[in-house]
Design a protein around this ligand. Structure first.
Ligand code: ZN
Length: 145
């Protein structure tokens, strides 16, 4: 077997995709050919490097996987047809929405506590007990004193 032929099958050989007499033939050639052996070592090193970079559960890996899943979903496919700036804008908008949600949540929290203290004329929590039930909070929003 010629070196050029061995090189062509080297990747498949390394991945175990070649079996039987062809594999033996390549193995025999590698035994006697230092240049092809070196080529196989280089291939192994490259594969190791790629595998080491794909550490599962790393933030980058997770982000890549999440993005891949979004792309596979219908919404993602529609988004993928949009130009890059639109996708960047959509991502930025999502971040702004989350930030706005947190901000509004904080404002609402302050608002309920603030209006309560105004209605009572005191700084005490307007509801009986420490943990108002959802029904109590809901009712208080529509009850005028
Ligand atoms: Zn060779």
């Amino acid at each position: 077997m010629k070196c050029s032929r061995v090189r062509r099958f080297l990747s498949a050989y390394h991945d175990g995709e070649i079996a039987g007499p062809k594999r033996e033939e390549i193995a025999r050639h590698l035994e006697g050919c230092a240049v092809c052996r070196q080529e196989l070592e280089a291939l192994k090193a490259a594969v190791e490097t790629i595998r080491a970079a794909e550490v599962p559960d790393s933030p980058l890996y997770l982000a890549t996987r999440v993005l891949a899943e979004i792309r596979q979903s219908g919404a993602g496919r529609a988004a993928a047809r949009r130009p890059v700036w639109a996708r960047v804008f959509a991502s930025a908008a999502a971040v702004v929405l989350i930030a706005a949600g947190v901000w509004v949540g904080a404002m609402l929290g302050n608002g309920i506590a603030g209006s309560g203290s105004k209605a009572n004329g005191t700084n005490e929590w307007p509801f009986e007990g420490t943990e108002p039930s959802f029904a109590e909070v809901y009712e208080s929003m529509f009850t005028e004193e």
